[in-house]
Design a protein around this ligand. Structure first.
Ligand SMILES: Cc1cc2nc3c(=O)[nH]c(=O)nc-3n(C[C@H](O)[C@H](O)[C@H](O)COP(=O)(O)OP(=O)(O)OC[C@H]3O[C@@H](n4cnc5c(N)ncnc54)[C@H](O)[C@@H]3O)c2cc1C
Length: 446
C-alpha cells in the first residue's frame, strides 16, 4: 500500500501515509475508512480528545429530507451505518457504543413547504415514508397543534402572536430516521475503530502550517514546531476549515468557500404528562422554522431552521465567539415551540448549547481534492453532516485512494456505490469548484 500511494520519496520523518486535521465525527470516520484500506493515518486535534469540537454539541439527528437527490441519497445510505453501528465499527470501545434512537421523523407539511421538494426525491431514492393527514397527526403526535402562521417571525413582532392563519396539510413521516444518543461517544467509537485498524490519534496538538514543495503536500508543522511529513493531508477541521485552507494556500482557488456561523440549541423539559422521551420524535417544522427531538431526562431539544427573520452571526475567529445562550434567541426558539405545543411551559432557566456550523456558500458540503496535490477537504458540513459522517468517511477514502492512484477526479468525477443501499453517489456533486447549487434550501436542511 505504501508504495502505491506515496508520490514522493519517503523522508526519515515520514511515518504516516495520511494526516487528518481534526478528530471530529467526520475526521474520525475518514481515518477509520482510510485505515481499513491500509493507510497509516494520524489524526491531529488541538482539543483533548475526539469529538470535542463542534461534534460534541451536535443534535446528531439522522434524517433524509434534503433538497437534492444527492443529499437525500447520501443521508439514506447513512441510515444503514447507524442502524448497525456496532457491526460497522467491528471493534470495542471501553466506553461502550453510542446508540441509534430510531424515533422516526415527521416533517410538517404546509402549502409550498419543504415536503413538496422532498416527496419526489424520496420516491426516486426509495426512502420509506408515510403521509399523515391531520387526523393521523392528532393520533400519532397529539401534543402538536396544526395551525400555520405565515412567514416565520420573532416574538418581538406582533404578528408572532396572531391567531394561526391556516392548517398544516399533514406530516411526512419517515420511520427509519432518529438521532444518535451521544455524538461525542460516537466519535470516540470511530477513534477506537480506526486505532484497531492501525490508525493513530494525537491530541492537544495544533496544526500551524501545511508544508508543500513542487505543488504537492509534504507535511504539517505544529505550533510547538514539530514537523510531521506525509504525502496526504485531509482538512476536516470543522468551523476552522477556512483557516486550514488558507494555511495550505488553496482558499482562493476554491469556488465554494466556508465560514463559521454561530448557532444555538435549547433544552426544555417536556410538558407535564407528556413522555416526549419515549413518545416524541424528531420533527422539522418549517412553518415555525424550528426542529425538535427528544432528549434524555424527558427533555426536548430545539434548534432553528434559520429563517430570514433571525440574525445570522458569522464568526471571523472560530476560537473567539460568544458561547452563552442569548435571551433573544432562547425566547424565539422556545416560544416558537410553545406555539406548536401549547402545553409547553417556558422555564426561567435558559439551558442550551452554542456552537459553530461550518457553512458553505450553498449549505452543501465540499468533499473533494484541491488544486494542491495530496491536500483534500471534507468541509462545509453546514450544520447537517453528522448523520453523513460514516458515508462521507467511506466516500472520502474512495476518492483519496482513486486520486492518489492517478484518477482525474476533476475531469471524471468519481461515483461511489453505497454499501447499504447500492445507490450511486456522484462525488462531483460535492466538488469545490461547483456553481452555488440553486436547489439548496440555504439552511440547515441542506
Ligand atoms: C449546534 C449544532 C447542531 C447540529 N445538529 C446536527 C444534527 O442534528 N444532525 C446533523 O447531521 N448534523 C448536525 N450538526 C452538524 C454536525 O454536528 C457537523 O457537521 C459535524 O459534527 C462536523 O464534524 P467535523 O468532524 O467536520 O468537525 P468538528 O467536530 O468541528 O471537528 C473539527 C476538529 O478540528 C480540530 N481543529 C481545528 N483546527 C485545528 C488545528 N489548527 N489543529 C488541530 N486541530 C484542529 C478541532 O479541534 C475539532 O475537534 C450540528 C452542528 C451544530 C454546531
Amino acid at each position: 500500500m505504501r508504495d502505491q500511494i506515496r508520490m514522493s520519496e519517503p523522508t526519515q520523518n515520514q511515518q504516516y501515509d495520511a494526516v487528518i486535521v481534526g478528530a471530529g465525527i467526520i475526521g474520525a470516520a475518514v481515518a477509520f475508512e482510510l485505515a481499513k484500506k491500509g493507510y497509516r493515518t494520524l489524526n491531529v486535534d488541538k482539543l483533548p480528545t475526539s469529538g470535542y469540537g463542534s461534534t460534541s454539541n451536535s443534535c446528531a439527528i439522522v434524517r433524509a429530507h434534503y433538497s437534492t437527490y444527492d443529499g437525500v441519497a447520501m443521508a439514506y445510505e447513512g441510515f444503514g451505518y447507524w442502524k448497525d453501528w456496532s457491526g460497522y465499527l467491528d471493534s470495542d470501545d471501553e466506553r461502550g457504543h453510542a446508540i441509534y434512537m430510531q424515533s422516526g421523523t415527521v416533517l410538517f407539511m404546509l402549502e409550498g413547504g419543504h415536503h413538496e421538494k422532498v416527496l419526489p426525491l424520496f420516491d426516486q431514492v426509495g426512502v420509506p415514508y408515510e403521509v399523515w393527514d391531520n387526523a393521523t397527526m392528532a393520533e400519532r403526535v397529539p401534543f402538536f397543534e396544526h395551525g400555520t402562521h405565515g412567514d416565520p417571525t420573532r416574538p418581538e413582532d406582533d404578528r408572532f402572536w396572531a391567531e394561526p392563519e391556516g392548517e398544516l396539510v399533514g406530516g411526512l413521516y419517515t420511520p427509519d430516521s432518529g438521532y444518535v444518543s451521544d455524538p461525542q461517544l460516537a466519535t470516540h467509537n470511530l477513534q477506537r475503530a480506526a486505532e484497531a485498524k492501525g490508525g493513530t490519534f494525537t491530541f492537544k496538538a495544533e496544526v500551524a502550517e501545511v508544508r508543500q514543495a513542487d505543488g504537492r503536500v509534504t507535511g504539517i508543522t505544529l505550533t510547538d514546531g514539530t514537523q510531521i511529513d506525509t504525502p496526504i493531508v485531509v482538512n476536516v477541521a470543522g468551523p476552522h476549515s477556512f483557516v486550514i485552507n488558507k494555511m495550505a494556500g488553496v482558499y482562493d482557488s476554491m469556488n465554494i468557500k466556508t465560514r463559521a456561523l454561530r448557532h444555538e440549541v435549547h433544552h426544555v423539559p417536556s410538558p407535564a404528562g407528556i413522555d416526549f422521551e419515549s413518545d416524541g420524535l424528531h420533527t422539522s417544522d418549517s412553518d415555525l422554522a424550528i426542529y425538535v427531538r427528544p432528549e434524555s431526562g424527558n427533555n426536548i431539544l430545539i434548534g432553528s431552521e434559520d429563517p430570514p427573520c433571525d440574525p445570522q452571526v458569522w464568526v471571523d475567529d472560530p476560537d473567539d465567539y460568544d458561547n452563552v445562550v442569548s435571551d433573544e434567541q432562547w425566547n424565539a426558539q422556545v416560544l416558537r415551540l410553545a406555539r406548536r405545543m401549547p402545553s409547553l411551559g417556558v422555564p426561567n432557566e435558559k439551558k442550551g448549547v452554542v456552537d459553530l456550523y461550518d457553512v458553505s456558500d450553498d449549505w452543501i458540503p465540499i468533499y473533494d481534492r484541491t488544486d494542491l496535490a495530496g491536500f483534500y477537504v471534507a468541509i462545509g458540513s453546514s450544520g447537517n453532516q453528522f448523520k453523513n459522517a460514516p458515508v462521507a468517511g467511506y466516500c472520502m477514502a474512495e476518492l483519496i485512494d482513486a486520486v492518489e492512484k492517478g484518477h482525474d477526479h476533476d475531469a471524471d468525477p468519481l461515483v461511489v456505490t453505497g454499501l447499504f443501499t447500492g445507490l450511486e453517489m456522484n462525488m462531483g456533486f460535492y466538488r469545490r469548484n461547483r456553481e452555488i447549487n440553486p436547489n439548496s434550501s440555504f439552511s440547515v436542511n441542506g
